[in-house]
Ligand binder design. Structure first.
Ligand code: AMP
Length: 619
C-alpha cells in the first residue's frame, strides 16, 4: 500500500520516493519499477519499447542524443557515435589494447595505466560521463512515465566487474543525478526476477547470459535467511566478451556470400550492413519458423533452420566449454545445479535453449522476456530497498564512502557507501618523488570528489620507506570496517615490509541529517566535482608526462636528432603553459600532441635498447 507523506514545513503533499532498477547494458539498457499491481515492469517509450540502445551521438551543434535516435548515426557519423562504452568502464589504456580494433571511435592511446578517454571532435569524455548520458536518458524516461522526480536507483553490473568498474558505475549514476543505493550483479538480478530470492531451500543456480556481443555464465549459491529472503554469492563466472548474437549474424552473411559465389572483399560497406541487418531478420524469423527466403538485388538470402543450427554449433559449443570451466572453478558437477536461468536476446534461439537443456539435463527457466529479466530483477531489488526495512538496512551498510586523499587533493574511495559491513578493501599506491621516505595518509569520509568538501577522519604517516626511485615502492593501503563500524586503516610498503596502522570510528559526530545533507550536496555538485576532478587528473597526467620527457631527453640525448630534441622541447613548453588552464580538453590536446611527436623515436630507442640488451650492453 503506497503512503502519501505531507511536508509539514511547506504544507505540500509529496509522493513517496520511487527507486528504479536499471540494467546498464553493453548493447541495450532498460529501467524498471514495481507497478501498482505489485509486478515488476520495464518502462516503455511512446512506441511501447522498453529497450534503450546504449549509444550516444554527438551532433554538430552540440546536440547529444541517446538510444534509438543515436543508433541511426552508427553508419553515417561513426566517429561521433559512441557504443559499447561499458567495455571501457574502469579500464586503463593498457587494459583495452586488445579491444581497440573492435571500436569505430577514437580512444586516445597513451600506452599507460591512466583511465581511458574517448575523443569526440575536440572534446575528451570519460566512460563515466558517457554512461551518465545513458543513465540520464533512463531517468528522464522514468520521470516521464511516472510523472515524478526520480533520484534513487539500483544499477546492475556483470558479476566479474572489479571494484574500479563498480565505482565507475556508481559515479556515472551520481553524475546523472541518481543516488545509487546498490550495485547488484546481473545474474543475481535475473535470479530475483524468477522469484528465486524467496525460496526456502538453498539453491545452486546457473545463469546463462547470451546477448548481442557478450556471453557470461555465472554460478550462484543462494542461501535463504530468516529475515530477508536470502543472500546470493557468486561461486564462479566465465564467458567470452566477444561472443554473441552478432556473431550468429556474421556467420549467416558469410554463408550467403558463399552460396551466391561472392568474395567478401568485393562487397562495399553499405551492402555489408544491409546484409547484416537481413541476417538478423533471418535469425529472428528462424526462432519460430523453419525456413527464411528473401533477396537483396540479385543476392538470394535463403536459410533453413537446419543450416542455421549447423552454422552456429561451434559458437554454442564454445559457450558449453565456458559452462564446464565455470562448474570446474566452482568445484561442482552438472548434477549439482538446481536451476538454470536464461538471459539475453540470443537465448531466444531455440537451438541455444535446447543445447542448454541437454547440457544441464534439466529444463531451463525461460518464461520471462530475456531482454528485460535483469532490469526486472533490479526493479525488485529497488522495491525491497524502498520497503519498511530502512532501519535494518542502515545497521549493516556503511552510509558514506570512505577513502584517502591522492594527488591534487582528490578523494580516492576505498569502501563505497552502502557497502555491506563487515567489509575490507585495499589498493596499491606508490611514491611520486625519488628517494621519498615518508607518505602521509589522510582518511576521509564523504561523497564529493575533492577531499576539501569531505570530512577528514584521521591522518598518519608511513615512515622509514627505504630510498627507492619514484614509482618503485608498492604501498598497500587496506581498509577494514568491522560490524560495529570501526575502521582500521593499514599501510604497508610491500618491498620492505614497513607498516603502520590506525583505528577510527567513521560515523562519530555525524547525525542522520548531516549525512543526508552531505549526500544531497554530492549529487547536486556531481557535475562540477567531476569537471574539477577531470582538470586535476589532466594536470597530474601532464606533469607526469613533462617529468618523463625531461628524464628521457637528458638520458638519451646522444641518440636523438637536434630536430627531435627541439621539437619535443617546444611541445613541452606548450604543455607547461596549459597547466593552469581550466579546460581539460586543452591540456589533453597538448598531452596528445607531445605523445604523437615523441612516440616514433621512443619506440626506436626501445627497439635499440632491446637489441643492445640482447648483445649484453645497456643503453
Ligand atoms: P541483448 O544484448 O541481450 O539485448 O541481445 C541482443 C541479441 O539478441 C541480438 O543479437 C539480437 O539479434 C538477438 N535476438 C533478439 N531477438 C531474437 C530472436 N527472436 N531470436 C534470436 N535472436 C534474437
Amino acid at each position: 500500500m503506497a503512503q502519501i507523506s505531507i511536508n509539514i514545513k511547506e504544507g505540500t503533499i509529496s509522493k513517496p520516493d520511487i527507486i528504479v532498477g536499471i540494467d546498464l547494458g553493453t548493447t541495450n539498457s532498460l529501467v524498471a519499477i514495481i507497478n501498482k499491481a505489485g509486478m515488476p515492469e520495464a518502462l516503455c517509450d511512446a512506441d511501447k519499447t522498453a529497450i534503450v540502445p546504449s549509444i550516444v551521438h554527438f551532433g554538430k551543434e552540440g546536440a547529444i542524443t541517446v538510444g534509438n535516435s543515436a543508433r541511426q548515426h552508427l553508419i553515417d557519423d561513426t566517429a561521433n557515435t559512441i557504443y559499447s562504452v561499458k567495455r571501457l568502464m574502469g579500464k586503463s589504456y593498457n587494459d583495452i589494447a586488445a579491444i581497440q580494433q573492435h571500436l569505430g571511435y577514437k580512444i586516445i592511446d597513451d600506452n599507460s595505466e591512466s583511465l581511458v578517454k574517448i575523443k569526440v571532435g575536440e572534446k575528451f569524455y570519460s566512460p563515466i560521463e558517457l554512461s551518465a548520458f545513458i543513465l540520464r536518458e533512463l531517468k528522464l524516461r522514468a520521470e516521464h512515465v511516472l510523472q515524478q522526480q526520480i533520484t534513487k536507483a539500483v544499477i546492475t553490473v556483470p558479476a566479474y566487474f572489479n571494484d574500479a568498474q563498480r565505482q565507475a558505475t556508481r559515479d556515472a549514476g551520481k553524475l546523472a543525478g541518481l543516488d545509487v543505493l546498490r550495485i547488484i550483479n546481473e545474474p543475481t538480478a535475473a535470479s530475483l526476477a524468477y522469484g528465486l530470492g524467496n525460496v526456502k531451500n538453498a539453491q545452486t543456480i546457473a545463469v546463462y547470459d547470451l546477448g548481442g556481443g557478450t556471453f557470461d555464465i555465472s554460478i550462484l549459491q543462494l542461501t535463504p535467511s530468516e529475515n530477508d529472503g536470502g543472500y546470493f554469492e557468486v561461486l564462479a563466472t566465465n564467458g567470452n566478451t566477444f561472443l554473441g548474437g552478432d556473431d550468429f549474424d556474421r556467420l549467416i552473411v558469410e554463408h550467403w556470400l558463399q552460396t551466391n559465389n561472392i568474395a567478401a572483399d568485393t562487397v562495399d560497406k553499405q551492402l555489408m550492413q544491409t546484409l547484416r541487418l537481413k541476417a538478423e531478420t533471418a535469425k529472428k524469423h528462424l526462432s519460430t519458423n523453419d525456413i527464411f527466403e528473401d533477396k537483396i538485388n540479385d543476392i538470394v538470402c535463403r536459410l533453413s533452420v537446419n543450416e542455421f543450427e549447423t552454422l552456429i554449433t561451434p559458437l554454442v559449443n564454445e559457450t558449453i566449454v565456458c559452462c564446464k570451466n565455470a562448474l570446474r572453478d566452482a568445484g561442482l558437477k552438472i548434477g549439482d545445479i538446481d536451476t538454470i536461468v536464461m538471459v539475453g536476446g540470443s537465448t531466444r534461439t531455440p537451438f541455444v535453449k535446447k543445447s542448454m537443456t541437454e547440457f544441464f539435463n534439466k529444463p531451463v527457466n525461460d518464461s520471462l522476456n530475456p531482454d528485460e529479466v535483469v532490469a526486472l530483477g533490479a526493479g525488485i531489488q529497488a522495491d525491497i530497498l524502498a520497503g519498511n526495512q530502512k532501519d535494518m538496512l542502515l545497521l549493516d551498510i556503511t552510509p558514506l564512502s570512505l577513502g584517502i586523499e591522492t594527488m591534487g587533493g582528490l578523494m580516492d574511495v576505498i569502501i563505497p557507501r552502502n557497502t555491506k559491513i563487515p567489509t575490507g578493501a585495499g589498493r596499491q599506491y606508490t611514491t611520486s618523488v625519488d628517494g621519498q621516505s615518508k607518505l602521509l595518509i589522510a582518511v576521509y569520509q564523504g561523497e564529493r570528489d575533492l577531499v576539501s568538501h569531505n570530512r577528514k577522519l584521521a591522518e598518519f604517516t608511513l615512515s622509514n620507506i627505504p630510498g627507492m626511485p619514484a614509482g618503485l615502492p608498492k604501498i598497500e593501503i587496506v581498509f577494514q570496517l568491522n560490524a560495529d563500524g570501526i575502521l582500521q586503516v593499514k599501510a604497508k610498503e610491500l618491498r620492505s615490509g614497513v607498516e603502520q596502522s590506525i583505528e577510527v570510528k567513521p560515523q562519530y559526530g555525524l547525525t542522520e541529517e548531516e549525512m543526508g545533507g552531505m549526500l544531497l550536496e554530492s549529487i547536486k555538485n556531481a557535475k562540477t566535482d567531476m569537471e574539477q576532478r577531470a582538470i586535476i587528473e589532466a594536470r597530474v597526467e601532464a606533469q607526469n608526462m613533462l617529468d618523463t620527457c625531461e628524464r628521457f631527453i637528458v638520458k638519451n640525448a646522444a641518440h636523438l636528432s637536434a630536430k627531435e630534441i627541439s621539437g619535443t622541447r617546444e611541445l613541452m613548453v606548450a604543455l607547461q603553459n596549459t597547466l593552469n588552464s581550466s579546460d581539460k580538453n586543452v591540456i589533453q590536446q597538448h598531452i596528445e600532441a607531445l605523445n604523437e611527436f615523441t612516440r616514433p623515436f621512443a619506440e626506436r630507442l626501445m627497439d635499440m635498447a632491446i637489441s643492445m640488451a640482447m648483445k649484453g650492453k645497456t643503453l
